[in-house]
Design a protein. Structure first.
Length: 395
């Protein structure tokens, strides 16, 4: 019965945006999600992250679609600069330019300046400097029209991929320099601290930071219940949500106006702590069937972590809930259809009713569907890989 509990839970959806009456005609946005890099490791879920953010801006925030520019596959330095330049000039003092980025970031190996990498960046220092976009340059362009700029960056600068591996094999990056001064024209919201990495959330098929922040902006982060989610409330919610999701090695940072209202959505906050309990039941159930279930490791990290301590990848059991649900559903439906048609054949109903061809087609279709479901179920139970900085055995 353990697998039935898996069907009962999945992470709450953040891809279907909450509709509100809000309208911000003076706002504009540049939404960048680079999942496929030509010569660097890909960034899992970055395209879905960007699509979900665009949906929030259009439907929940009320930014006119004509003022939202989305960059995805193949986005390079020139396109990013052009988009931010154009949109920055279009936003006046009454508006906000939202700049969202999901992709690879790094620290300039020579200066430590934070940089964002276009899709054509190569795994060498010269390319990093030539094809990357300094964050400070984008900030200047984003405020050129006199408006406020809100940077939301789901990336890290420690030389790690979203999956935790080396961005460039064997390459050590400088510790990035983080701007901490309060600039009234800017709000900076970054996914991780200087030596931390921005984690994925495979169960939701999103970056963990993006998933939590979009949840906050659906209304989950409205701590005082006044129908408004401020940037400070959203940051507090994201920090709390990541802990509930057992992501302890990532600490998002917000610098800027903490009282700026980002959303007026009022969706009640769900309990994100349920996954831990359900996964525990799943792991226990699988263990009872004789499958090996490694102990879960708790990850510790902080500003003083030496990145050279990151060990090899470790297998951590984490079933893919969405795939598991589809697999079990297809197996059940296909098996039922195949069994029913086989029973009808045995009873001679095909010959009696003259439906031999139709019933054979149903039998083959049902059997094929069941086989597909069994395959998906098997894939869902394959352990994911993780690369922690430093692991401590959970008690």
């Amino acid at each position: 019965m353990w697998w039935l509990l898996g069907l009962a839970w999945a992470l709450p959806d953040i891809d279907d945006p909450v509709a509100t009456d809000a309208a911000h005609p003076d706002d504009a946005a540049v939404v960048i999600g680079i999942e496929d890099y030509f010569l660097l490791p890909d960034v899992p879920h970055a395209a879905r992250d960007a699509a979900a953010v665009e949906g929030f801006l259009r439907t929940t925030r009320g930014v006119p679609p004509s003022r939202i520019r989305v960059l995805g596959k193949g986005a390079n330095r020139e396109q990013i600069l052009d988009a931010v330049t154009t949109q920055g000039k279009a936003v006046g003092p009454e508006g906000t330019l939202w700049v969202y980025f999901a992709g690879h970031g790094a620290a300039d190996p020579a200066t430590g300046e934070r940089i964002l990498l276009g899709a054509d960046a190569q795994a060498d220092q010269v390319s990093f400097q030539a094809r990357a976009v300094p964050v400070t340059e984008l900030e200047a362009l984003a405020t050129a029209g006199g408006g406020h700029a809100l940077f939301v960056l789901d990336t890290c600068y420690s030389g790690r991929t979203r999956g935790g591996g080396d961005l460039v094999e064997g390459k050590r990056f400088a510790v990035p320099s983080y701007a901490t001064e309060a600039n009234p024209a800017l709000t900076r919201w970054v996914a991780a601290g200087p030596t931390e990495w921005s984690s994925p959330l495979p169960e939701a098929r999103h970056g963990a930071f993006t998933y939590a922040l979009l949840g906050a902006l659906r209304g989950w982060g409205d701590a005082d219940g006044d129908g408004q989610v401020t940037s400070r409330e959203a940051q507090n919610y994201v920090a709390s949500a990541l802990k509930e999701l057992q992501i302890t090695d990532q600490r998002p940072r917000l610098v800027g106006d903490g009282l700026r209202v980002l959303s007026t959505a009022t969706e009640p906050a769900p309990d994100l702590s349920e996954p831990a309990a359900v996964l525990g039941v799943l792991v226990g159930g699988v263990g009872g069937l004789g499958m090996a279930t490694p102990r879960v490791a708790r990850v510790e990290a902080g500003p003083s972590v030496d990145l050279s301590q990151r060990g090899p990848y470790k297998q951590v059991y984490r079933p893919k809930i969405g795939t598991l649900i589809w697999g079990l559903g297809l197996t059940a439906v296909g098996g039922f259809v195949a069994q029913q048609t086989y029973s009808n054949f045995q009873a001679g109903e095909a010959e009696t009713k003259g439906d031999w061809g139709r019933m054979l087609a149903l039998n083959v279709t049902g059997g094929s569907t069941a086989i597909l479901g069994i395959g998906l179920t098997g894939l869902a139970l394959i352990p994911d890989k993780s690369a922690p900085i430093k692991t401590v055995e959970a008690p």
